[in-house]
Design a protein around this ligand. Sequence first.
Ligand SMILES: Nc1nc2c(ncn2[C@@H]2O[C@H](COP(=O)(O)OP(=O)(O)OP(=O)(O)O)[C@@H](O)[C@H]2O)c(=O)[nH]1
Ligand SMILES: Nc1nc2c(ncn2[C@@H]2O[C@H](COP(=O)(O)OP(=O)(O)OP(=O)(O)O)[C@@H](O)[C@H]2O)c(=O)[nH]1
Ligand SMILES: [Mg+2]
Ligand SMILES: [Mg+2]
Ligand SMILES: [Zn+2]
Ligand SMILES: [Zn+2]
Lengths: 211, 211
Amino acid sequence: HDIFKKNDKLAAKNREKFKKHKVFTVNVMGAIGSGKTTLISLAIEKLKKEYNVAVIAGDVIADMDASRFSQLGIPTIPANTGKECHLDANIVNQSLNRVNLDEIDILFMENVGNLICPADFDLGEDLRIVVVSVSEGDDIVLKHPVVFQKADIAVINKIDIADAVDVDTEKMVKDVAYLRPGIPILKTSKKQEETIDLWVSEIIKAYNAKS
Amino acid sequence: HDIFKKNDKLAAKNREKFKKHKVFTVNVMGAIGSGKTTLISLAIEKLKKEYNVAVIAGDVIADMDASRFSQLGIPTIPANTGKECHLDANIVNQSLNRVNLDEIDILFMENVGNLICPADFDLGEDLRIVVVSVSEGDDIVLKHPVVFQKADIAVINKIDIADAVDVDTEKMVKDVAYLRPGIPILKTSKKQEETIDLWVSEIIKAYNAKS
Ligand SMILES: Nc1nc2c(ncn2[C@@H]2O[C@H](COP(=O)(O)OP(=O)(O)OP(=O)(O)O)[C@@H](O)[C@H]2O)c(=O)[nH]1
Ligand SMILES: Nc1nc2c(ncn2[C@@H]2O[C@H](COP(=O)(O)OP(=O)(O)OP(=O)(O)O)[C@@H](O)[C@H]2O)c(=O)[nH]1
Ligand SMILES: [Mg+2]
Ligand SMILES: [Mg+2]
Ligand SMILES: [Zn+2]
Ligand SMILES: [Zn+2]
């Protein structure tokens, strides 16, 4: 596919740039409203004391999430994706011109809410995260195999409301493990601090493995 | 845009076909896991006594939703969209070959979970529904203006868990009214029968207006 070839070339360029400036990059994909911004924000709050963190907020209308990030006092680049339903290497490449990569240790990229297209667009990232929430229903994992097959970490969020939506989180965990044996599968809730600590530790683990 | 021109031509063909066979068609769009299948299923249960109902279930992997529909004993056409993140007029056109339109009064088309691309692909439908749920967050409406600007009915679902996710449903209603003044905005929960009766009555109202 021409589009993918073109994207992969640019993704490789991004990867080179990140490597050169020693930036660890995280592509956070997930369903609409699954909690991507919440989880990235909570991670930034914990990480920013010891690491230089920045974020690219990608969406149709990026400034809503971007303002949540900039409130945390870190470099934030809103990336309006318009009619595109996924971030691509080109948008990321252009965003990189707006930030000083030498001043960044960890760069988060919040992808557009979508479990289909983002799976096919390499951004040049080191780490691929997929976030789904219990409120999307427990068949959501098997319905979107490709994005899970390419994930490095899977997050099942909003576990505090699992009973309210009567969803079996263990089924969701099993389904992820079936599609992608061996990857870390985190169950999180913004209301349960220990789950957030684990989420942050997984990012730090991957960061250390890369350094 | 070439893709849209091509789609619009085929959508017009579909529209002609539906008109010829007197089929009332409903395009149900919405976020991933917002409750499209649930709402369509509940509507089918009430409508099938008096109307001949059928459904096209569109998704990456369509058979999960399709089996929920076929259990209701109505003609169900699974439409696998593969890497496409939206139903288009072509997929619908092909699906129509697999059903006897003379035997159908109301045809539901469940779109792929996505609030971006489906807005741009006319399927040839009579009625456009957009479903979001409170669990996606109350900024979800303003983040996706185009799909709401083209909607005929907006549904804010899962109101039974609004407090559990601390979302202001009235803000969501206001945001829809701002983008698309005058359209019916329904607040629903699968657990609150009266909200489902209202949802079904809106469909019947539109059906009668068309006949
Ligand atoms: N109950 C509960 N609600 C949560 C949790 N995490 C996020 N939310 C809520 O879910 C809604 C969406 O959260 P966001 O962080 O904006 O989700 P998102 O994935 O960034 O959304 P988009 O960028 O619009 O796709 C908000 O109302 C959050 O408060 C959680 O762990 N539990
Ligand atoms: N609490 C609550 N849960 C609901 C409601 N409606 C649907 N759900 C749950 O939400 C989840 C998703 O429902 P579906 O009907 O499959 O949603 P969908 O929009 O068809 O999902 P996709 O086709 O995969 O995009 C399921 O676990 C449902 O039981 C509701 O009104 N209240
Ligand atoms: Mg977000
Ligand atoms: Mg469905
Ligand atoms: Zn797409
Ligand atoms: Zn799309």
